[in-house]
Design a binder for this molecule. Structure first.
Ligand code: 0O2
Length: 216
């Protein structure tokens, strides 16, 4: 039987060359996001980003995803079908920040947005909420420039808390959590939306008050 981490055309050199590009893409997008956050802090005394986490998908997860897509585990299929080999998660304070950040990323000339999935407007049946973008970024090598895909997930602290707990529960039950637990998770996801809305209202109120008192 094919081992879970085996690519049909496995060649360590080619795999490492591919990983180098994804690593470079991850560094590039991470730096761009850090710069945006620093600029907003400098110019508006406002940090919309709580934290940023980046990761490169493990070969095991890549092979699992290719199986889910029903394609052979080859390096070409990995590049074509696996959009999240390089993945970055941006955790924001408020829902409104998510859309501001997404807009600022999309406005960068050399970043191409391939697709967007807004699971905040249309949550998954599980209750999952997050804003996903698949983008390409240019990676300059010694003799050429490659456009490399990166998945960007943007969500609030509350959405992230829900997603990490749900992920742990699903891992524990191998995707077959008891119905009652799944139902409660959907209810918690609604509470997350209420909490996010309440926090945003409070923040807007606080800002309006500070502006009135001339102390923004
Ligand atoms: P991991 O381990 O996080 O990498 P595609 O990526 O397009 O082939 P899909 O499902 O259409 O597959 O992409 P989508 O919906 O944009 O989701 C991709 C990622 O979002 C997942 O990656 C998870 O990180 C996250 N996600 C999606 N749905 C859920 C959910 O119901 N609960 C939680 N906790 N996270 C979710 P991977 O590759 O599945 O996993």
């Amino acid at each position: 039987m094919e081992s879970i981490t085996t690519f049909r055309d496995w060649d360590v050199d080619s795999y490492e060359a591919i990983q180098l590009r994804y690593n470079a893409a991850l560094k590039l997008i991470t730096t761009r996001i850090e710069i945006l956050n620093e600029e907003l802090q400098e110019e508006h005394r406002y940090n919309p980003i709580e934290h940023v986490k980046g990761r490169i998908k493990t070969p095991e997860s890549i092979v699992k995803k290719l199986r889910r897509h029903g394609v052979e585990s080859t390096l070409d299929n990995m590049i074509e079908y696996c959009n999240d080999i390089a993945g970055i998660r941006i955790i924001c304070s408020f829902t409104s920040d998510i859309y501001k950040i997404a807009e600022m990323i999309s406005a960068q000339n050399d970043i191409t947005v391939l697709s967007v999935k807004d699971y905040i407007v249309n949550p998954k049946p599980s209750g999952y909420k997050s804003y996903h973008m698949i983008v390409t970024v240019p990676v300059y090598l010694s003799n050429r420039c490659d456009q490399v895909k990166v998945e960007i997930q943007i969500r609030t602290v509350a959405m992230d808390f829900w997603a990490s707990l749900e992920h742990k529960i699903n891992y524990k039950f191998e995707g077959n959590a008891p119905d009652r637990i799944s139902l409660e998770l959907v209810e918690c996801s609604e509470m997350v939306s209420q909490l996010d809305a309440k926090m945003l209202d409070l923040n807007n109120e606080i800002q309006a008050l500070s502006e009135q008192s001339g102390n923004p």
